[in-house]
Design a protein around this ligand. Structure first.
Ligand code: MEV
Length: 320
């Protein structure tokens, strides 16, 4: 048996703007997807466990199509990513078991982590030599294909490399200290592709307005790097608040997200808070004052969010 795991992520700054080439800063978090592979002569099977969901079983036919579907939409989506990796590597006669503690459809990089961990586990099992750079590139290609197209390589780069990634002209790993953030999830699932398409459409209608917003977001991403390096947390919080406002301006905020953001900044006394990922639902992040994570969690929970602490800068893909 071969097993691999890969982390989820939060985008700290620069979502959406990054799709149009502005810099974005993201980090791997301490929630992981795990994939194990064992031989199964004559069959190819995928088992999806956890994902905070039900246990479901899947089979794949000889063309790599998922033929027996489990019950939850999220499991079906996860199986589609695994099946795309199976097809890309031309693998058969294996059972692939997937489990994950990354909430799905929430902007925390669940699908990228599953693709990266599956690629790592399957390639090792088959004796295919894939270094982390190749895993990142191939995972991005596969994720893009399943999502039909629009995303940046941020999620797959973070799942593969871990740590912090500054994405602008290329993927740059940045050495920064870990932070404790509070994540607050709305119960509204989001659709990254639809949100990206809507923002890009807004940009093509109002380039003279949206381009400067993207430029400002890019400046924030770059300014954040020395702030984290020097642990200037008050300033980092301010940058989060400005970035949230700019994301609201391009229409990806929602009432539910803003309620959690304002609860975190108000009763939760966070230094800053913003939505993370594509918006339209999903999650927000807050930077708590030192020693007050619980206060921020309570404030978000009272605003009907599901809140928990994550540590940033965690390890990328590992094979056991
Ligand atoms: C989604 O997590 C972040 C977006 O910028 C899309 C992407 O970068 O692929 C909205």
């Amino acid at each position: 048996m071969t097993a691999a795991s890969a982390p989820g992520k939060v985008i700290l700054f620069g979502e959406h703007a990054v799709v149009s080439g502005a810099p974005a800063l993201g980090t791997a978090i301490d929630l992981r997807a795990r994939v194990s592979v064992e031989d199964l002569p004559g069959k190819t099977e995928i088992d999806i466990q956890g994902l905070g969901l039900r246990l479901s079983g899947f089979s794949i036919d000889s063309d790599g199509r998922v033929v027996s579907l489990g019950s939850s939409e999220e499991s079906v989506a996860a199986a589609r990513y695994v099946s795309a990796v199976v097809r890309a590597l031309g693998v058969r006669d294996v059972r692939i078991s997937v489990s994950s503690d990354i909430p799905v459809a929430s902007g925390l990089g669940s699908s990228a982590a599953i693709v990266v961990a599956t690629l790592a586990a399957l390639s090792r099992h088959m004796g295919i030599d894939m270094d982390v750079r190749r895993i990142a590139a191939e995972a991005h290609r596969i994720e893009k294909m399943v999502q039909r197209g629009l995303g940046s390589p941020m999620d797959t780069a973070l799942a593969a490399y871990g740590g912090y990634v500054l994405l602008s002209d290329g993927i740059a790993q940045v050495d920064l200290p870990p932070l404790d953030l509070v994540v607050g999830c709305t119960s509204v699932p989001h659709d990254t592709r639809a949100e990206v398409a809507r923002v890009q459409e807004l940009k093509s209608r109002y380039p003279e307005i949206v381009d400067p917003i993207f430029k400002a977001i890019g400046v924030i991403s770059r300014k954040a790097v020395p702030c984290i390096k020097n642990m200037e947390l008050e300033e980092l919080g301010t940058l989060m608040n400005i970035n949230h406002g700019l994301l609201e301006a391009i229409g990806v905020g929602t009432r539910e997200l803003s309620e959690l953001v304002y609860a975190a900044r108000g009763a939760g006394s966070a230094l800053g808070a913003k939505l993370t990922g594509a918006g339209g639902g999903g999650c927000m992040i807050a930077l708590p004052r030192e020693g007050t994570s619980q206060k921020t969690i309570t404030a978000i929970s009272q605003a009907r969010g599901r809140a928990f602490v994550v540590r940033t800068g965690c390890d990328g893909v590992t094979v056991e």
